[in-house]
Design a protein around this ligand. Sequence first.
Ligand code: PLP
Length: 386
Amino acid sequence: MAATRAYLDYNASAPLIAEARSAMVAALDAANPSSVHSEGRAARRLIEDARRDVARLVNAKPEHVVFTSGATEAASTLLTPDWQMGRGDVRMSHLYVCEADHPCVLGGGRFAAAQVTRIGVDRNGIADLDALTKALAAHDRADGLPLVAIHAANNETGVIQPIGRIAEIVKAARGVLVVDAVQAAGRIPIDMSAGYADYLILSSHKIGGPKGVGAIIAHADLMMPKPLINGGGQEKGHRAGTENLPGIAGFGAAARAALAGLDAMEAVAQCRDEIEAIVRELAPDAEIFGAAAPRLANTTFFAIPGLKAETAQIAFDLAGVALSAGSACSSGKVGPSHVLKAMGYGDSLGALRVSIGHTTGAGEIEAFRPALAAIAARRAGKEQAA
Ligand code: PLP
């Protein structure tokens, strides 16, 4: 990315960190990690080192990490009625997701639409825990177990779900909990050893690693979903196909840096607060979504009355500032945010998302201010003309 531009779209994809790039380049010449010769064993070591580093990021055991092609594949694998424990089959008869989940969870994976219940969120974006409790109480275990999937932190608003409480509710209902920690990992501490979730979903490119690699992380050696991809038995049979070695090596390096960076989130929060102060100063009528709830330190999602988000995004881009109108994960899709809709905001003109990271600093903030000032001035001009 050009140094002269201000990149404020980390939740879409965080810039590749130098350590990840070096690890990837070093892995490009690696042999097949399933080969038994020395070259193969060296390649295997790269994968197992990365597995250890990814596990450490969330305090899990390396043997419980399964590498995938990203979080979307991890979700599609986990969200299935068909599971196995040893040689026995286990059935999940219903899936409970959250209205504000990422589409890869909201879509219900391999469940039929009739087997999926969506739990709403309040005005702050927090899941309705009473509704979840009631839905699980009504679950008929005769057909199978309840599977609950929810994001730890929202990709648009940054709002953090009370996963501790949710885990208690799911445990009391003897259900299984999948947590999409794609935006939370590396931004808040996650401790799988303390029973944070039964299964976790991670994505490398949100923490400074390469795109196209992610992971499923299990809490224990219990059951696993029937694989989505069958073949040569890689990843202990949970995800076949010769491993994406450069991707996995880059993911490992990014996970190592993300763990170290957890101690420096205060500086990221300060930067985000400065950006919000500029928004409030230049557009006092702006609404910052989820501001009353616990939020990730790196995210702000706001709407300015009378300002169409897509138009403002283009104006920011022309001014050298890359940010998002809603979520950018669904590549160029223009439409109202389903997250804001779930929070009760209806079809508004849309919102702008600024998401930052450890490398964001004064330069980016200096670029953001005049860009927003110009947009706000144009809005004021239009209001006067009207
Ligand atoms: N879950 C959340 C919360 C996300 O923000 C994203 C991507 O934006 C995904 C899942 C999908 O991740 P991936 O791009 O690795 O498939």
